[in-house]
Design a protein around this ligand. Sequence first.
Ligand SMILES: C[S@@+](CC[C@H](N)C(=O)[O-])C[C@H]1O[C@@H](n2cnc3c(N)ncnc32)[C@H](O)[C@@H]1O
Length: 296
Amino acid sequence: MGLFQWLWKERQQPSNETSKRKLVKQGDRSYIEDVPYLLPKDKQEIDRLDLQHYLLRYMLQRNYFAPIHNPGRILDIGCGTGRWAIEMAESLPKTEVVGLDIIEPKVAIEGRPKNVLFMQRDVLKGIPFSSSLFDYTHMRFLIAALPQNKYQDVVNAMVRVVRPGGWVEIAEPGLMINADTGLDTLWNWLIVLGKRRSIDMTAGEHLPRFLENAGLTNVALKTVTIPCGMHGGQVGEMSAKNIISLLGGLREPVIALKIATAAQFDHMFERTKSELANPKGSAMGPMYIAVGQRPK
Ligand SMILES: C[S@@+](CC[C@H](N)C(=O)[O-])C[C@H]1O[C@@H](n2cnc3c(N)ncnc32)[C@H](O)[C@@H]1O
């Protein structure tokens, strides 16, 4: 049975794990119940993830860095809205692209390429494929979902399902640079929130180490620094919108965990908006993209 046939069959019979995923309301935002993941899962967040995807593609002028040539199968871990997987499927019509997420993206089947499929799974419970099945595995922005002691396990699983000679690529953000008081404070609350769930928001800096520990060769790192705020022109403006929306999504958990009061949060949030609207600001957000090859 082909991979896609097998997946279609799997989708008809959701596992217990799949069917019990629930969203919980906190304030006016929805979050996935019983997962370490820090960010909301709702329409606002879908819009933010799409904006972030377009911003990154514009900055990098591409969707990936691994030197892949006509891959047969691609796996995207934590595929979010499915945008990356769909674009990959469109640009590589002969490639089967599988997007895996703890909540399957709501992408209409009509109009999406036939060579992309989505699957609902918790990656913290492993990657449900046999070894060496894919030519390329990709993961982007999962830092806020993977506890510190699980990140390496997930990378190891990505390496296990990629064939010898195939490529693994991971992209994660770093800590904000040159942030003014408001943004710096909110970013620190994000770090504290992460720590409460054993998530290390600095993990992005260590991507090459994760790939090397998993036994990959030809490991390379690309770092891109994205301006955040009006000082960065159109890119800076887009990036500011993304960051403001991201930080807004932290309000409820930050207050619920008593990291800050509602008044403190709202004050810093408004302050951040003014800082990012100031053309004299200089905040920058690094993005780390690491690739590595499974030895042949
Ligand atoms: C910040 S989004 C990134 C989405 C996408 N990779 C992108 O670049 O736009 C993180 C995604 O990870 C998913 N996620 C969180 N915890 C997960 C888990 N344990 N297993 C699988 N996916 C998970 C979330 O549902 C969300 O779609």
